[in-house]
Ligand binder design. Structure first.
Ligand SMILES: C[S@@+](CC[C@H](N)C(=O)[O-])C[C@H]1O[C@@H](n2cnc3c(N)ncnc32)[C@H](O)[C@@H]1O
Length: 276
């Protein structure tokens, strides 16, 4: 199969070709690409080439800003194909409907989602404190007794509820919009969770008190961090140990692993730990 750069030969100059990014993400039938400023005039040609190369891609969008805000959304603009940013992404046997301009979603985390979901046992109550559209929660609901999800972004919870129906797990999911600390305290969910998922790597550790509050004795937490290469994994473990002291409950680190890269020398890291 021809590569993107091969298709573009003759349509872009050598210098322009050198600026074309080799990799891009595909969410459902939407390809997300980065277009450096010097090749903006050629973006339509590049997008058409991607659609020629990937017949399943029906929309090409370009990233027009960084991932930002509490909702962690990265804005995009359609540059080719159908004029929409909503799609259905299939991951780990579940269908996830989402709008990439309204919610966070990364197709690169599929393996990590599955690693966590595969640990869930049928009698567990799982709390997903930063659920997004449900890449953990929906497959988790197929295995667990109950899954409680919270997200501050109302669009994420709207799609999550739709995804629960799409995947026929709505009877296992309880969904709430809001700041997870406020939601958990309001409902007084003390000692309710067997497993807690905290995928907000920018600052999930600031919510460790929430995880400790909902955790039953022996609950397992999956907490994500962004850490510079030189701090692996010390930075993450220190934050967990600090919370342990402050909140007066013992913890035991079960596993720590890198599960992606944010930027050169900055890693997405997960630490699995038990709260006694
Ligand atoms: C990095 S995304 C992860 C989403 C999902 N778990 C996934 O893997 O795709 C973090 C999510 O946390 C939500 N969020 C941020 N701050 C929050 C808070 N204080 N309480 C609840 N949700 C929050 C954002 O809206 C976003 O959907």
């Amino acid at each position: 199969m021809a590569t993107l750069k091969e298709i573009l030969k003759g349509k872009l100059s050598k210098e322009e070709l050198a600026s074309v990014r080799r990799g891009f993400d595909i969410v459902g039938d939407i390809a997300q690409i980065e277009i450096p400023p010097n090749i903006e005039k050629k973006e339509k040609i590049i997008a058409d080439a991607i659609m020629k190369l990937h017949k399943n891609v029906k929309v090409v969008v370009k990233k027009i800003g960084p991932t930002s805000g509490e909702e962690r959304v990265r804005p995009v603009k359609v540059i080719a194909g159908e004029k929409r940013t909503e799609t259905i992404h299939v991951e780990n046997g579940v269908r996830l409907k989402l709008d990439i301009n309204k919610v966070y979603f990364s197709p690169r985390l599929g393996t990590e989602h599955l690693r966590v979901v595969n640990q869930i046992k049928k009698d567990e109550v799982v709390f997903d404190l930063f659920s997004g559209v449900g890449p953990y929660a929906i497959p988790a609901a197929k295995r667990a007794k109950k899954v409680v999800v919270i997200d501050i972004n109302p669009h994420a919870i709207k799609y999550l509820k739709e995804n629960a129906k799409l995947n026929k797990v709505e009877d296992k999911i309880e969904a709430y919009v809001g700041d997870c600390r406020k939601v958990v305290k309001k409902h007084r969910w003390k000692h309710r969770a067997d497993r807690i998922i905290m995928n907000l790597p920018m600052h999930a550790w600031e919510f460790l008190d929430v995880a400790f509050y909902v955790a039953k004795p022996n609950a397992i937490v999956h907490c994500y961090f962004f850490l510079p290469e030189e701090e692996l994994f010390k930075g993450a473990i220190k934050k967990i140990k600090d919370a342990e002291k402050k909140l007066r409950r013992k913890t035991r680190i079960l596993r720590k692993r890198k599960c992606g890269q944010l930027a050169p020398r900055i890693w997405r890291v997960v630490v699995d730990f038990k709260i006694y």
